[in-house]
Design a protein around this ligand. Sequence first.
Ligand code: ADP
Length: 258
Amino acid sequence: HTISIIPTGESMLKSMGTVIILRNVTSYKELDFAKTKFIATVSHEFKTPIASIKMSLQLLENDQIGHLNEEQKHLVNSITDDTNRLLKITGELLHMTQAETGNIQLSVEPAIATNIVQYAIDANKMQAEQKKISIQLNAKHNLPKVLADTDKTTWVLTNLISNAIRYSYENAVINIDISVVNKWVHFAVKDTGNGIPPQYLEKLFDRYFQVPGSKKGGTGLGLAICKEFIEAQGGQILVESDYGAGSTFTVILQMAAE
Ligand code: ADP
């Protein structure tokens, strides 16, 4: 039930009392849940065909079917871009529905931090190549393990790297530093892109928020889901940005006991 208390306001001629409205929202909640489940099913069903389109495109791109001329390559690149966007959006919808139904299923185990970052870099390889962007992983050899859900943390870092590429210029370098501070493992994704105006930093992790005037496309859901996934693991996600010079997104997760 919701209770709305509507005061009649001082500006009226005389105070006339209070109106209390009681509304049963059970049916709305059921409807909302059904909608969320429907979105989960549809986005799940979309994943397999999109993944298979992507595999076929990879065969074309690597000249495995035959040599492509420049025009054909250009076309394949543009279909690949759209396919990646579709995959990103369906992935976000699927994760959002999990988060919304309180259904974030975690499998937290000691994991090798550099492996997680490497999976995320590999997932963004094509996108980076298209903009001639290089991604540098900086980590000491003797790093302790991190206590993490590998799938979800890989998803988060994949998203952060994908954004870093999206908002960087051609030929840029993206640095990913892994370090340990007081039993916490820090993953910092640093880009030298256009950065984020300071007044928007606070809202960046809100659902559906996009910096006004930023690139078209996307859903504004990616960072919100990243935050939910990291906080569900007892970690933290932070952003620092120098508007006009670049941004750093840092994921902080517990170090595994040695
Ligand atoms: P989406 O990318 O789908 O719009 P996100 O939640 O991933 O949604 O990001 C929200 C907004 O934050 C983006 O629309 C963009 O304006 C801004 N943003 C995210 N990452 C970066 C980045 N590395 N550099 C600059 N702006 C960024």
